[in-house]
Design a protein around this ligand. Structure first.
Ligand code: B4P
Length: 191
């Protein structure tokens, strides 16, 4: 199985991707996590990525593709979450897989209304503030959440059309267990 997960910020990609990867024993790669670990390196590239993320923008495609393809090197069964983020990345990924004689199983779209997704992200911020956790995400600040949604609508939503028949859409509302059950149901044909 080779799956990509996409959806708006706060759609629950991270939560669901970890569960589904475990269920099917797939390598789980999140480009957001990859980038956040680069930021911790405190190198020139890490600082540059940190500024982009904190502004709610997308990291450039060349860096993103390089980082992801390197992380996926040698993997045949995987679930990628948060990538592609735009049609250019989706095209590059199709070419990359073709060069490896691999095919994408499906692109899974987690569909959650914007108000619900914003509520989740604000909740995450509040919980971390209450716990005084020092790994608060700069991009969960209210003004940045707004920017991330603008970027999502402009750059990421067109993936629905790009993937067409290769896409499966899943209702991402309700509690996490309900969403997992829906995803497992739609993935059954590829088990
Ligand atoms: P990501 O880490 O992918 O951030 P995100 O889209 O905002 O998703 P996130 O993981 O926060 O939310 P999720 O939907 O899982 O990317 C961060 C940044 O990295 C991007 O903004 C960009 O700058 C950069 N980046 C990443 N990939 C890139 C790419 N391909 N190209 C360029 N730049 C890239 O869940 C959010 C919250 O909802 C969680 O706190 C969870 O607890 C909660 N939740 C989940 N399911 C729930 C449910 N059913 N009910 C209630 N709450 C739920």
């Amino acid at each position: 199985m080779r799956i990509v997960f996409f959806g708006s910020p706060g759609s629950g990609k991270g939560t669901q991707a970890a569960r589904i990867a475990e269920q099917y024993d797939l390598t789980h790669i999140s480009t957001g996590e990859l980038f956040r670990s680069k930021v911790l390196d405190d190198t020139r590239i890490g600082r540059r990525i940190g500024h982009v993320i904190a502004a709610g923008q997308l990291v450039d495609d060349i860096t993103t593709n390089y980082v992801l393809f390197k992380a996926l090197d040698g993997m045949k069964r995987f679930l990628v979450d948060g990538y592609p983020r735009n049609v250019a990345q989706a095209r590059s990924f199709d070419v990359h897989l073709k060069n490896l004689n691999l095919e994408l199983t499906c692109a899974l779209f987690l569909d959650v209304p914007e108000e619900e997704a914003v509520r989740r992200l604000s909740l995450r911020r509040n919980i971390r503030q209450e716990k005084k956790e020092n790994h608060q995400r700069a991009d969960d600040a209210p003004e940045v959440i707004h920017r991330r949604f603008q970027v999502y609508r402009r750059a990421t939503e067109p993936l629905v059309e790009y993937y067409g028949d290769r896409m499966v859409a899943v209702d991402g509302t309700g509690d996490a267990d309900q969403v997992t059950a829906r995803i497992l149901e739609v993935l059954k044909p590829w088990e």
